[in-house]
Design a protein. Structure first.
Length: 262
């Protein structure tokens, strides 16, 4: 992960401080990361050129003990609400990728007046028997990698999947990955459907749905399902990208998202 300033944000309720990555100046935008852990990619660098970007870690991905007092989705939403309050974020733009997209949609539905604009990138949260979400938890590392990325020869992808040469760093990366997968699985296993479809109608934020055309984890038809349920939303399908279009097609996605956010 890049050398980005980390804010150890205290959190009520006995939770460990959240290591929020933050950079840039301007109107605030929050980025909620996906299944495989907290990140700061070039996409966030692009956003931080004109906005104040906050990228928190998912609850439990720092210390699994936090999950003992998060019994379900509503506790998790309160966790994020408390975190945003500590950051003094009243109304802000929100971007979520994968699991983070599911949580961004849930938050925008629960607090429709809080979110200015919403961006969902290859989001989890829905289920269609004809297009099942892939089981990343019971897959080998090579299969997980193939689910996440379309082109393993892409330089940005190679950087993301590179194993650190130094043993201690490699071990730390493995622990981070394990914690992230363990913490998110509590809220999406065995299928990531917690009734979100019924709540999407409550979203009032102008919404952009970004989807990798070759996504093998959350197939492309889910983009249209989110769009059908969120009034006034629009879809951008990103060619030559899998589950992480903001990594594989950074320039294109950054341009589209920045234009949307204004």
């Amino acid at each position: 992960m890049k050398d980005i300033p980390v804010m150890q944000v205290p959190h009520p309720g006995g939770f460990v401080p959240n290591p929020v990555l933050s950079s840039g100046t301007g109107n605030p935008v929050v980025f909620l990361h996906g299944l495989f852990g907290q990140e700061w990619s070039g996409f966030l660098d692009d956003l931080a050129s004109s906005r104040k970007v906050y990228a928190p870690a998912h609850a439990g991905s720092v210390d699994l003990a936090d999950l003992e007092t998060l019994d379900g989705l509503w506790d998790l939403l309160i966790y994020y609400d408390d975190l945003f309050a500590t950051l003094a974020l009243d109304r802000f733009d929100l971007i979520g990728h994968s699991f983070g997209g599911m949580m961004a949609a849930e938050f925008a539905a629960m607090y429709p007046g809080r979110i200015g604009k919403l961006v969902l990138i290859d989001s989890l949260g829905l289920w269609n028997d004809n297009h099942p979400v892939a089981d990343h938890l019971l897959s080998t590392l090579p299969v997980q990698t193939a689910m996440r990325f379309h082109d393993l020869g892409n330089a940005a992808v190679a950087e993301q999947i590179k194993v650190p040469a130094e043993p201690a760093a490699a071990q730390a990366a493995l622990v981070t990955r394990f914690l992230a997968l363990s913490s998110t699985s509590q809220f999406i296993h065995p299928i990531p459907d917690r009734g979100l479809r019924r709540r999407l109608r409550r979203i009032k934020a102008e919404t952009l749905i970004v989807w990798g055309a070759e996504d093998r984890l959350t197939p492309r038809p889910y983009a249209e399902e989110f769009a059908a349920a969120i009034e006034g939303s629009r879809v951008e399908i990103i060619a030559n990208a899998g589950h992480t279009p903001h990594v594989e097609q950074r320039a294109l996605v950054s341009d589209r998202v920045r234009a949307f956010l204004g």
